[in-house]
Ligand binder design. Structure first.
Ligand SMILES: C[S@@+](CC[C@H](N)C(=O)[O-])C[C@H]1O[C@@H](n2cnc3c(N)ncnc32)[C@H](O)[C@@H]1O
Length: 343
């Protein structure tokens, strides 16, 4: 089952073959573009994962509290389609610290379900911490972690776990980092890796008062700013760059046109940055932005359309009491095993 994967421990394998090389390549492409950009997936080195844990505990950052409320109140309804069907995988795409997933793990254990927990995350540090926590807190839970990108995780499900049913979680509004085209492509890819009767629970952050959105991504304690700026520190450490972090500022804004919160690092003065791993320097003008994140927000109708466009049917949709966040439970209704060149 682990062929082609690097074994990181008894319960963790990795599909990241040369992560620093990939990072260097993406930095080269992204910093050569106008506007400059870098994918938000690079936020999550060990320090970034810790910053994100702090963000999730902030009053201003509402998505965590909203999703926790839904999972706590609706745990049984969420897991019930999987009960009585034999052993299955609880797959957690972009699992992070798994704090909210533990609500569902508890519900599954209380229901005496036979399952394997399969967290998938690009961050090796976050994965090691999560798997160790599950082992200590829930020693009777079977866990099989995979360090890789989402799309590789979908591929792994189709290949390594083809004989098991799946309940796939895509929590924390992770889907929002994809634009609509990318989200549709990824969900269709996921659909084709699953089997008839498999379910997916996706957390969608809903469109709401723009002031609430702006506060969430510009928190008063400055943790989101530190999280964003940590990307420069990571480039300094892993790529031998010489970014002066004090010469950039975090800027988070909402685009009504695209329906996304967008995060930037803005250069405060003209400067040249050297990246040794690329043997190249990059110049920034004063007030030139480096785009670092999209977080797309959804209307309820967008969610229905996304499910229909990607082959899923919506079984139930749960919202928190403020109507700010939706956890949408989808199912694969037909056999998906058509020949695919990507499998
Ligand atoms: C916003 S956090 C959400 C964590 C968790 N699901 C939650 O709801 O609390 C995103 C997580 O996804 C991981 N991640 C980000 N981009 C990824 C990618 N392209 N492939 C796999 N994991 C990714 C990060 O390392 C991080 O742990």
């Amino acid at each position: 089952m682990t062929k082609g994967y690097t074994v990181l421990g008894p319960e963790i394998v990795s599909d990241l073959h040369d992560p620093v090389r990939d990072f260097a390549y993406d930095a080269l492409v992204g910093l050569s573009e106008r506007p400059k950009r870098l994918s938000s997936k690079y936020f999550y080195d060990d320090a970034g994962s810790r910053y994100f844990q702090r963000i999730m505990s902030l009053e201003d950052y509402y998505p965590t509290a909203c999703e926790r409320e839904i999972l706590t109140e609706r745990a049984h309804e969420i897991i019930s389609p999987m009960l009585g069907r034999g052993p299955f995988n609880l797959v957690d795409l972009g699992a992070g610290d798994g704090a909210k997933t533990k609500i569902l793990l508890d519900a599954l254990r209380a229901a005496k379900a036979e399952f394997t927990y399969v967290p998938i995350d690009i961050s090796e540090g976050a994965m090691r911490t999560l798997v160790e926590a599950v082992r200590v807190e829930q020693p009777d839970t079977r866990v099989s972690g995979l360090v890789c990108e989402y799309v590789e995780g979908a591929h792994y499900l189709g290949r390594a776990f083809a004989d098991r049913s799946n309940l796939v979680l895509f929590l924390g509004s992770n889907i929002g980092n994809f634009n609509r085209v990318q989200a549709r492509a990824f969900l269709r890819r996921l659909w084709s890796s699953l089997r008839k009767g498999d379910c997916v629970l996706i957390g969608f952050d809903l469109k709401k008062d723009i002031e609430v959105l702006l506060r969430a991504y510009n928190d008063s304690e400055g943790v989101t700013a530190a999280f964003n700026l940590n990307l420069l520190t990571r480039m300094n450490r892993e790529l031998g760059a010489d970014f002066d972090v004090t010469k950039f500022r975090h800027y988070g804004t909402y685009s009504v046109f695209s329906g996304a919160m967008e995060s930037y690092l803005v250069s405060l003065e003209p400067q040249v940055v050297r990246i040794d791993a690329l043997e190249q320097s990059f110049s920034f003008d004063a007030w030139e932005p480096l785009h670092t994140e999209y977080s797309y927000k959804y209307l309820r109708a967008d969610i229905d359309r996304m499910a229909a466009d990607t082959g899923f049917s919506v079984i139930r949709q749960f919202e928190d009491s403020r109507g700010w966040f939706a956890s949408s439970l989808w199912r694969v209704e037909i056999e998906t095993k058509v020949p695919s060149p990507l499998k």
